[in-house]
Design a protein around this ligand. Structure first.
Ligand code: CU
Length: 338
């Protein structure tokens, strides 16, 4: 009866037939599609929830768990940020009853949100505890040997191995990191990505809430052609009204660091309801390029959004590609009276 189930099944002919106990169609049986077929709810909703404790991370925390690492001052006066990040194979429950055999950084999707300031020194010890070669390829300016591509001398790490990526953080902006091992799409789509934020030396204007949102998908049948689920920060439908909406107040200034790593689909998007935002592409300029309510991002594109709500109420934010929204890339802001 509902569009979402039909779409999911059309993506999953063999998966649904061969392994019904693990199929996303089974996971979506609990979805409430509204009173009747002609008048469904605005968006499908998921009933129940995933096991966040078993998953080891919660998208509500991922929104704000900016990670400065272990901070110290170097002999030359530079601020040093040290991280230890391990590639781990992990089963993650992405919708109730459906686990995905993920490859992760530190057991979570997305990986830790690395946040430093322009000119700081970043030192990441990467350990490969997986069973495939992996790397960390950072967007930003750094020497070739720190790029996480080609061979072990430039940060490609065999299972059981380790590598130290080290560079000065530049330029300021909203960036990302991801595995750069071939076949690249397979490695990225398994979950090896995260946000990398470099704040400008002269700080951004203060806001009331800063959130990171990494948008991505899950190709659960591994057909390498399309995704069966779409998500923000790891779990489809997480920020929906009946699950874990994001709450703030009228008049509060909101900043979102939005990073798109979606594999297999060419374009992702972000639409904000009943409001407009200032958009700073890649976060590399202090002057916004647009005042809009919808932007598109291809894979690897990212940016900074700033907005304030004038009226209290419940407002959706979602991919403006309806299919992605119906398959998980959707959420709600609950704006309370100030
Ligand atoms: Cu990899």
């Amino acid at each position: 009866m509902a569009g979402a189930v039909a779409i999911a099944e059309s993506h999953l002919p063999t998966f649904a037939q061969d392994t019904p106990e693990a199929s996303p169609a089974a996971g979506m049986e609990g979805m409430d599609h509204g009173a009747d077929a002609d008048h469904p709810l605005t968006m499908p909703m998921m009933v129940g929830d995933v096991d966040y404790e078993a998953n080891g991370f919660n998208p509500s925390d991922v929104l704000t768990d900016f990670d400065a690492g272990r901070v110290s001052t170097m002999a030359n006066g530079q601020i040093l940020h040290e991280y230890e990040i391990t590639a781990i194979n992990k089963e993650i429950e992405i919708v109730p009853g459906l686990t995905f055999p993920a490859w992760t950084y530190n057991g979570r999707i997305p990986g830790p949100t690395i946040r430093v300031t322009e000119g700081d020194h970043v030192k990441v010890t990467f350990i490969n505890a997986g069973n495939h070669p992996h790397s960390m390829h950072f967007h930003g300016v750094h020497p070739a040997g720190m790029d996480g591509v080609f061979d072990e001398a430039s940060g490609m790490v065999q299972p059981g191995g380790r590598f130290v990526y080290e560079f000065d953080a530049e330029p300021f902006g909203v960036h990302l990191y991801h595995c750069h091992t071939a076949p690249l799409a397979a490695h990225i789509s398994r979950g090896l990505y995260g946000a990398f934020i470099i704040d400008p030396k002269e700080p951004w204007d203060p806001v009331d809430h800063e959130y990171v949102m990494v948008t991505h998908g899950y190709n659960v049948d591994f057909d390498t052609e399309s995704n069966e689920f779409y998500a923000v920060n790891g779990i489809p439908f997480h920020y929906d009204l009946d699950r874990h909406p994001i709450t703030f107040k009228v008049g509060e200034k909101i900043r979102i660091f939005l990073v798109n790593v979606l594999e297999y689909d060419a374009i992702n998007s972000f639409h904000l309801h009943a409001n407009f935002f200032h958009y700073y592409p890649t976060g590399t300029s202090r002057t916004p390029s647009e005042f809009t309510d919808t932007i598109g991002q291809m894979q690897g594109q990212r940016g900074m959004l700033e907005f304030t709500y004038k009226h209290p109420g419940r407002y959706m934010f979602h991919a403006h590609k309806t299919e992605f929204a119906e398959l998980g890339w959707t959420g709600v802001f609950v704006v309370e009276e100030a």
